[in-house]
Design a protein around this ligand. Structure first.
Ligand code: SAM
Ligand code: SF4
Length: 340
């Protein structure tokens, strides 16, 4: 760890389109306890080498520099962050870093497996918020979709989160035609029962197996139509840089969100950067270029040199993800290795 911190940058990490970057998503591992079909294949995944994974010292130093550049929130993800042996230590170190407007806010996206045993440690270490992924409430479907028979463990994780202090609690589901698109209302009711907000995500072309088919994707309009059959939805204003478009349900306070990355991209207000588990900085989920922070760190780079890598990544960010461009090519890394 370095005790030094570069001087705060009053302008922040601003790209060529005026977007200010305040959120850093950090993947802690590319490995996972599930094998969701939209994310990775059953076998044959080329795992990252153990020695290439960033250490807690390295992550702490990068977040410290990013905080000096205006980053306010960090989301830990993966792969599955709960299988990282360093998770609690990383949460503790990141939560202790002072950002531009107080301590860095720390959130985590997880599949929830083994969450009950981790929650007390995560709360004590300073985690603020949780997103848990749950695509179906049906055990057979869950087994087909994730190739593992572990719905019961995910449900236990959600129940533990309901009893925790971590709020707001969000549940994520990727909607897939003919797989779980008939569960949209059930998932919202389940979320409300667990004091959580449901978020429906459009299926994106990010799986290692390259199985994505635009025609099969369930778009925002269909998700909203399914919700409106059962609920009265009122759009909520002030989305800011958030990926989810939010709706109040039946006059509130319950809410539901739709993340329509494909049919209604929100690139114009994106404030996110991504760090892979092996220390590569990406300015977009769909980026094909990465900047190598790990080699810089391990080569003795100064905080200023690391800061310049953050600035270079931001200044080369494109206006949009380009999924609709005729020349769109899916990134080489799958979602598990990018960090969702
Ligand atoms: N393992 C954790 C989990 O599943 O929550 C964290 C990592 S996962 C890559 C993060 C999020 O990305 C999950 O909500 C998952 O559903 C979502 N995701 C993965 N592949 C996706 C895809 N092809 N399209 C849309 N969302 C995807
Ligand atoms: Fe694992 Fe999350 Fe990918 Fe599913 S989406 S395989 S839980 S990393």
């Amino acid at each position: 760890m370095t005790g030094s911190q570069t001087a705060a940058n009053p302008a922040g990490l601003v790209d060529g389109f005026g977007r200010v970057h305040r959120d850093l998503r950090i993947s802690l591992t590319d490995k996972c306890s599930l094998r969701c079909t939209y994310c990775m294949p059953e076998a044959g995944v080329p795992w990252l080498a153990k020695q290439s994974l960033l250490t807690p010292d390295e992550i702490e130093r990068l977040v410290r520099v990013a905080a000096g550049e205006g980053v306010e929130t960090v989301r830990l993800t993966g792969g599955e962050p709960l299988i990282s042996p360093n998770l609690i230590e990383i949460v503790r170190r990141v939560a202790a870093i002072e950002g531009p407007s107080g301590p860095i806010g720390v959130a985590m996206t997880t599949n929830g497996i083994r969450l009950p045993e981790f929650i007390p440690g995560l709360e004590e270490a300073g985690l603020n918020r949780l997103n848990i992924s749950i695509d179906t409430l049906d055990p057979d479907r869950f087994r087909e979709l994730t190739r593992r028979d572990r719905l019961i463990d995910v449900l236990a994780g959600i129940e533990a989160a309901r009893r925790s202090t971590l709020r707001p609690l969000k549940l994520n589901a990727v909607v897939m035609r003919g797989v779980n698109d008939d569960e949209i209302v059930d998932l919202v009711e389940f979320a409300i029962e667990h004091d959580a907000e449901m978020r429906f995500i459009e299926h994106m072309p990010l799986d290692i197996g390259h199985t994505w088919d635009r025609g099969e994707m369930v778009p925002r309009e269909e998700i909203l139509a399914a919700l409106r059959k059962r609920f009265r939805l009122e759009p909520l204003p002030d989305r800011g840089g958030a990926p989810a478009e939010l709706f109040e349900i039946d006059g509130g306070p319950a809410k539901v969100g739709v993340i329509a990355s494909v049919s209604a991209p929100f690139c114009g207000s994106c404030d996110r950067l991504r760090l892979t588990a092996d220390g590569q900085l990406r300015n977009c989920l769909f980026a094909r270029e990465e900047l190598d922070l790990r080699t810089a760190l391990r080569g003795g780079a100064s905080d200023e040199a690391i800061r310049d890598i953050f600035r270079a990544s931001v200044s080369s960010k494109r206006a949009g993800h380009g999924i609709d461009d005729p020349g769109f090519v899916q990134p080489e890394r799958g979602m598990n290795a990018i960090g969702g």
